[in-house]
Design a protein around this ligand. Structure first.
Ligand SMILES: NC(=O)c1ccc[n+]([C@@H]2O[C@H](COP(=O)([O-])OP(=O)(O)OC[C@H]3O[C@@H](n4cnc5c(N)ncnc54)[C@H](OP(=O)(O)O)[C@@H]3O)[C@@H](O)[C@H]2O)c1
Length: 245
């Protein structure tokens, strides 16, 4: 598959490496320009491009950028992208980092907001996996204890594409319903960055509490900030599980 990835940070760069290794033709862009992505391109075989080129002649586009970046008029990038190109959003909203954004604090699911910003439907995937989990804990399909990730969206074909790509990165993909349902995989929910298997993830999505999720998110951020220097990967997962149970 031809894939354009916008964002080459913790999540985007991992996706570049994993999807290129899975045999996909990957283009990658950031805000600073392709010359700053040479090392990543050389290491993975991906092509470093300007973001305008990352969305051209591809089957799928992955957006892996902070919420604040949607203020950069990203909608114009999509004007000529055909409707059958799958667009996947990995983002999460953290007011302490992103500021308070109109529309998000009234309960609009984050990826619905992203979809409104860019003027087209998106599939939400890879948002509920810690960067370290994505980088280090993927397993081949069928392996015991394989971690599952939720994939939400409205278009069945686009969701199937996203689910296949999630599988290609080393994780079981679980159909988590519509984009309107995608608050169930947002920060502060039991499905968010808790490293669950398929069955466990199914239960976690069902147990999500829309009112509590932002409260849990803020409480967890306070706890993470207080212990930032000493936390291991496993500590983080344990805190996420305990803080959303
Ligand atoms: N970190 C995690 O554990 C994690 C887990 C799941 C989901 N997420 C979510 O996934 C998204 C990306 O997270 P991250 O941790 O990978 O972020 P990050 O490390 O800060 O990287 C962000 C990337 O986005 C690029 N970018 C920013 N604005 C852009 C623009 N206007 N046009 C093109 N590229 C732009 C940056 O490029 P420059 O450096 O050139 O500006 C950078 O490559 C966020 O929404 C985050 O909440 C993060």
């Amino acid at each position: 598959m031809k894939i354009g990835i916008i964002g080459a940070g913790n999540i985007g760069a991992s996706l570049v490496g994993k999807l290129a290794a899975a045999g996909h033709q990957v283009k990658v862009a950031n805000s600073k320009g392709p010359e700053t992505l040479r090392e990543l391109a050389d290491a993975t075989g991906a092509q470093a491009v300007h973001k305008q080129d990352a969305v051209k002649d591809v089957d799928a586009i992955i957006l892996s950028i902070p919420f604040l970046s949607y203020a950069d008029h990203l909608a114009s990038l999509f004007a000529d992208v055909p409707a059958d190109v799958t667009v996947i959003d990995t983002s999460n909203y953290y007011p302490f980092r992103d500021g308070t954004l109109d529309g998000l604090d009234n309960g609009t699911p984050e990826s619905v907001w992203v979809s409104q910003q860019i003027g087209r439907p998106v599939i939400k995937a890879w948002n509920a996996v810690l960067a370290a989990t994505l980088a280090e804990r993927g397993k081949p399909a069928g392996a015991a204890g394989r971690i599952a990730l939720p994939v939400a969206g409205d278009d069945a074909k686009a969701k199937a594409v996203a689910m296949q790509l999630v599988d290609d990165t080393g994780f079981d993909a679980l159909d988590a319903g519509s984009l309107a349902d995608s608050w169930r995989q947002q920060p502060g929910t039991p499905a968010y960055c808790t490293e669950l298997t398929l069955d466990e993830l199914n239960s976690a999505l069902a147990a999500a509490d829309k009112k509590r999720a932002p409260e849990n998110r803020e409480a967890l951020i306070t706890q993470f900030m207080a212990r930032y220097d000493e936390l291991t990967h496993d500590d983080t997962i344990e805190m996420n599980r305990a803080g959303t149970a």
